[in-house]
Write a protein that binds this ligand. Sequence first.
Ligand code: GLA
Length: 377
Amino acid sequence: MKLKIKYYTLVVAMAAISFSCAAKNDKTTTLRAAFKDKFYIGTALNRAQYMGIDKKSDEVVKTQFSAIVAENCMKSENIQPREGEFFFDDADKFVAYGKKNKMFITGHTLIWHSQAPRWFFVDKEGKDVSREVLIERMKNHIHTVVARYKGQIKGWDVVNEAILDNGEWRKSKFYNIIGEDFIKLAFQFAHEADPKAELYYNDYSMAIPAKREGVIKMVKALQAQGVKIHGIGMQGHIGMDYPELSEFEKSIESYAGLGLKVMITELDLSALPTPKGNRGANIADVAAYQDQINPYKNGLPAEAETVWENRYLDFFRLFLKHKDKISRVTLWGVSDGGSWKNNFPVRGRTDYPLLFDRDYNAKPLVKKIIDEAIKTK
Ligand code: GLA
């Protein structure tokens, strides 16, 4: 009898220990831990987050993510609002946050037609500056910003969105005034400022075949001229009906085939219907608000969440399949409440594109993604 009781106690004790271990594992296994030997798993941070104002986000960001990118504070309109007047306060805080938490820090973005200050392209009379002047401004901007964070920011989105969905050059001010050499020069200036930094080209809708061809052609031309380019950022602003997974995979393979690292940057999966005509992040596409395209104002119904979850999982399975080619997957934000998708491409919708809900609770999807990562050898 005594023996029986002892045996019983032992079994109960063992069960309790294994239960508490499992519970502990559930709690301690984070995205950051699960993807440690796969690729960096990152997020974009907004001001309230890296300034420590948004206390709720801090715990989630620190424990779940191994990489960060600034959502806005390093864009040229913010970091050099007037010629020669650099505003580094926010970017400094952002970099300090990443260093404190031992994260891979990406700088975003040096040369982009959007969120650029008007002065960059015009003279005192408001006329377009000459090619020489614009090159000089680019050089000064890139040298100053990259040099400030030399050795701390390990990778830069040097040029953002230079190729259109049809594969042609975007006719931006940089292109119109300088010609296609603006991209070569941008990469050269960044390399001069920090020879050890990785340099990336970043763009949206990178799974569209014509755009893929255009980007490949552009990268090959850079490589033929000996320009240092290390990676391609495929912005992952995806929807329920675009892009096709198979086209996304072809792009991962093609960009890696150029000898470059592939990064999935700016990942968010909108759970809302896609307004016709929009396939990416072109701010100019903002469509009028329509009630029928804002169907989940009071929460995402379980059925819709399952479809959304499965699509996210398909993408993560694809990323894990190509973990030898992918160096980083970065979400464009932490929680649904802070996502730009609530206002794009239609203002004032309620979207659910991220991994954490409006209270910073991990969605059930997080555990499923972690399981996929753990099971991938
Ligand atoms: C583009 C840019 C990002 C951001 C998003 C919208 O994808 O690269 O920096 O502005 O648009 O938030």
